[in-house]
Design a protein around this ligand. Structure first.
Ligand code: UD1
Length: 423
């Protein structure tokens, strides 16, 4: 187990380049397994969740070949096994996309239930409801194994998602691209990575319309020839994490290689809090000038285009540094405040009640030894440590490395005093 040693109190400034989106990559790589020819995917983040997913693909018989640091070629035509029963499946959430990819392409899939961060219950009933509507005739979940079959080709259907779900929207899309006829997903999620997966599928020969709106229409095709190259979008959550580090440390950071419209919910809040936010074509500069006040505000997490739940822990860390009383309402996950106890260990004054957290800011946090409860909570711990007085040890950093590429070099490039040490 490795850990970070961080000495807080340094002002961060300079430029940082954002990697490809982890969550988009999980969907796009799974989509590369749903098509009928090889594809080359660029701007893939080199984080452990992606490495694990690609290991699973290779174990299933696909040819996976890195052509450069961030470009991978996937040839799914050699897949010989539709049973993803290896332990790796359990290590990440995104492995559930194999369900849709294989059900559509082969009419059969058997796999372990996915893992991922613990935010309370993480059901997949909507995914299964979608597969059933498309004609998956046998669905069994027992002993942590999901078994789906459809001996005939899947048939297009109208599917209403009564909860907006990123995973269900992508999974149903992955299955429906091979179905006979038209599938309509109503009340679909609209996150940037949904659009990215749809764009990838279209580039490979599919017909997916409306991604990024509430209604997605997929006209199934028997064969998706692929044989194309596609580049993944930048990571909205990594970008947001670095944007918040500027006001957190009273710094001046230009975050490069992002899509400014994806960042609007955060940019608007940072302006409300008193930050300078300057948008370029593919960059955003965030700064808090020396005599400017960082004022607390209220954040409510919502599906896109609302404020992303995956920025919630980092936002709470930022509100600890703001003056006044800030509020965060977590509308997506039932239990995503577990890490707040760790911030309290560092001296934070936070009260929680159900899905509400009230943060009394303006106190200087103190260095401490803290764990990473989940991926984004881990990033929040690093942020708290950067603002704190003295030394903080952040333990269990493998969790952070699941989703942040080159985190330490990027932070050091901005002037942070952080190093990775062996436990
Ligand atoms: C994805 C992201 C995760 C992010 C989340 C919300 C990946 C790999 N993970 O997770 O980082 O926090 O979107 O932006 O992309 N729900 C159901 N039934 C289902 C599925 C979901 O009730 O079948 C509920 C969940 O309990 C949750 C809400 O829908 O309350 C949103 O979940 P969903 O969008 O599906 O999250 P994930 O795709 O798992």
């Amino acid at each position: 187990m490795s850990r970070y040693r961080i000495n807080g109190g340094r002002r961060l400034s300079g430029r940082v380049t954002i990697s490809g989106s982890k969550n988009a990559a999980l969907g796009v790589l799974a989509a590369a397994m749903a098509v009928d020819g090889p594809s080359v995917i660029e701007n893939v983040p080199r984080v452990s969740d992606i490495d694990i997913l690609l290991d699973i693909f290779a174990l299933l018989g696909a040819k996976v070949e890195w052509q450069s640091h961030d470009t991978v070629r996937i040839d799914p035509t050699t897949v010989s096994n539709h049973e993803a029963m290896m332990e790796e499946v359990h290590q990440l959430r995104g492995s559930y996309y194999l369900l849709g990819a294989f059900l559509g392409r082969f009419g059969r899939v058997r796999q372990l239930l996915p893992g991922g961060c613990d935010f309370g219950s993480r059901p997949i009933d909507l995914h299964l409801k979608g597969f059933a509507a498309l004609g998956a005739s046998e669905q069994q979940i027992s002993d942590g194994v999901i078994d789906l079959q459809c001996p005939q080709r899947l048939k297009g259907a109208s599917i209403f998602l009564n909860v907006v779900s990123v995973g269900a929207t992508i999974n149903i899309m992955l299955a429906a691209v091979h179905a006979e006829g038209v599938t309509v997903i109503d009340n679909a999620a609209k996150e940037p990575h949904i659009v990215d997966v749809a764009n990838f599928l279209n580039a490979m020969g599919a017909e997916v319309r409306g991604a990024g709106t509430d209604v997605i229409k997929i006209t199934g095709r028997p064969v998706l020839p692929a044989n194309k190259t596609y580049a993944i979008i930048p990571d909205q959550i990594e970008a947001g994490t670095f944007m918040m580090m500027a006001p957190l440390t009273r710094g001046d950071i230009t975050v490069e290689n992002l899509i400014p419209t994806h960042m609007e919910p955060l940019s608007n809040k940072l302006i409300d809090m008193g930050c300078l936010v300057e948008e370029g074509d593919d960059s955003i500069r965030v700064a808090l000038m020396e005599h400017d006040k960082l004022t607390a505000t209220t954040f409510r997490t919502m599906p896109y285009p609302g404020y992303p739940t995956d920025l919630q822990p980092q936002t709470v860390a930022l509100l600890c540094a703001a003056e006044g009383s800030g509020r965060v309402i977590e509308n997506v996950w039932e239990n995503r405040f577990q890490y707040i106890d760790d911030l309290k260990l560092m001296g934070a004054n936070i009260m929680t009640s159900g899905r509400l957290a009230i943060i009394q800011g303006g106190l200087r946090l103190q260095g401490a030894k803290v764990p990473c409860r989940d991926l984004r909570a881990g990033a929040a711990m690093v942020m708290a440590a950067l603002a704190a007085e003295g030394e903080t040890i952040v333990e269990g950093i493998e969790t952070i490395q699941r989703g942040y590429e080159n985190f330490v070099p990027k932070l050091r490039g901005l002037g942070a005093e952080i190093e990775e040490i062996e436990a």
